[in-house]
Design a protein around this ligand. Structure first.
Ligand SMILES: [Zn+2]
Length: 113
């Protein structure tokens, strides 16, 4: 299960941050997840809840900011957002699209004490 290993990674990051900063408890974790990362937020929250049980992250809120897939056309420079994977520019109909965002999978903030 994809989400389970990601939840484990989040837990590793949290533990590392807590120990580096000498903190004992995390209450909130903010994440940015691109649509291309193919993560189901509800499923990730569920997996994280299970992994966090009886740890310093038990009960912590996982806030997920979903990042849309953004493209830039290398021919006409059009910058646009599309919720699916595509390779054709809607303006010039050519296929030199570059994905600018949508692959994110990162912990961006943490509230701990
Ligand atoms: Zn174009």
């Amino acid at each position: 299960m994809h989400e389970l290993s990601i939840a484990q990674n989040i837990m590793d990051i949290v533990n590392e941050q807590l120990s580096v900063n000498n903190l004992s408890r995390v209450t909130k974790i903010g994440m940015r997840i691109g649509k291309l990362a193919a993560i189901e937020p509800a499923s990730l929250k569920f997996c994280f809840e299970i992994i966090a049980r009886d740890t310093k992250a038990e009960g912590a809120v996982l806030e997920i900011d979903s990042v849309p897939i953004r493209y830039r056309c290398n021919d006409c420079q059009l910058d646009f957002i599309l919720d699916e994977l595509d390779f054709i520019c809607p303006n010039c109909m050519r296929n030199r699209l570059e994905i600018i965002s949508g692959r994110e999978l990162q912990v961006v903030e943490m509230e701990a004490y």
